[in-house]
Design a protein around this ligand. Structure first.
Ligand code: ADP
Ligand code: MG
Length: 309
């Protein structure tokens, strides 16, 4: 079987069949970050989980060096990892940075890469505690593993959405797709404060970051929560210059997609700005359907970016 036949998600499903064996593994493969049991020494009785996630950017797959500075590359690689920790309701603490470099890269370029990483690490008080440095035959590769923490009662996963929940999102969608995905840090806003705020209300039932597109994110919540969903076409916040299609499938935006029971809607809206309701969770289907302004329903393709496809 070729990778192109099953795609990235099919491949991960194959790998994910291994059940965790350790009692300390709370959540293994399948969410934005893994969740492990641990007691941080400085938490004064407040029980926490450890979070851990990893993401890699590869030249000519995720970025082109013609359009992307080394600074932006470092910044973005850490940013996408922070987004996954935030989507679990937590905050980042420690990082491991692995760089694979062809010989053509200069020391100054690596310095710029680390300037980008350090800019965000400083802002979020993340310690870089290790990594690996290797030669790479052709492509520049940057991979970051990020650890974080979350108070037990603030943990938000993909798997607790329930029928009757509304689907909410921060910000707007389709912007990066409309800009042809030029990897820049100017338009990369992280929703870390919003994520912590949502987690601390204890009102949300599920959360994910929208790195693979809005529809894909809702679908991942549906799969993990064993529910279906409707997205209301005319309620999707579309970024300036983007089309509805780009907003639904584009990806590369690091917004939050989360679910809240209808009865808590006004309570959560009071606490957050720039949040919109885009749909609702329904009992059946594990599928996402799009509802147009006349109430007509269409099945959606899963969409989003998928490696190997
Ligand atoms: P995200 O876009 O939030 O980073 P991914 O779609 O990359 O999430 O991954 C989905 C889940 O699959 C995550 O839990 C991730 O850790 C896991 N995963 C991805 N690739 C592998 C792999 N090669 N081995 C084990 N788990 C993997
Ligand atoms: Mg994610």
């Amino acid at each position: 079987v070729k990778l192109s036949q099953i795609g990235e998600f099919g491949l991960i499903d194959l790998i994910a069949r291994r059940e965790p064996k350790l009692k300390s593994t709370v959540i293994g493969i399948g969410d934005d970050a893994a969740v492990l049991k641990y007691q941080a020494p400085s938490t004064k009785g407040q029980e926490k989980y450890q979070l851990i996630t990893t993401d890699t950017l590869v030249e000519n797959v995720h970025f082109k060096l013609k359009q992307t500075s080394f600074f932006d590359l470092g910044y973005k690689t850490l940013a996408v990892n922070i987004s996954d920790i935030a989507a679990m309701g937590g905050f980042p603490t420690h990082a491991l940075v692995t760089i694979g470099l062809p010989k053509r890269v200069s020391v100054e370029q690596v310095r710029q890469l680390y300037n980008g990483i350090n800019k965000l690490a400083g802002r979020y008080k993340i310690d870089i505690v290790g990594g690996d440095t290797i030669a790479s035959p052709k492509a520049v590769v940057v991979s970051i593993t990020l650890l974080g923490e979350v108070e037990k009662d603030c943990l938000l996963t993909r798997s607790r959405a329930r029928p009757g929940d509304l689907i909410l999102v921060t910000g707007s969608f389709g912007g990066p797709a409309a800009l042809k995905f030029e990897l820049g840090t100017r338009n990369l806003e992280l929703r870390t404060q919003e994520a912590r705020m949502i987690a601390k209300t204890h009102l949300a039932t599920a959360m994910i970051d929208s790195s693979d597109g809005l529809v894909r994110s809702v679908l991942e919540i549906c799969k993990a929560s064993k529910v279906g969903a409707r997205i209301y076409e005319d309620q999707v916040p579309i970024a300036k210059g983007a089309t509805l299609k780009q907003a639904l499938y584009g990806g590369e935006e690091y917004e939050l997609v989360f679910t809240v029971n209808k009865k808590y809607l006004s309570k959560i809206m009071d606490k957050l700005s720039k949040v919109s309701v885009v749909g609702e969770i329904v009992a059946k289907g594990r599928r996402v359907k799009l509802v147009d302004s006349y109430g007509r329903m269409k099945a959606l393709k899963s969409g989003g970016y998928e490696h190997f496809k």
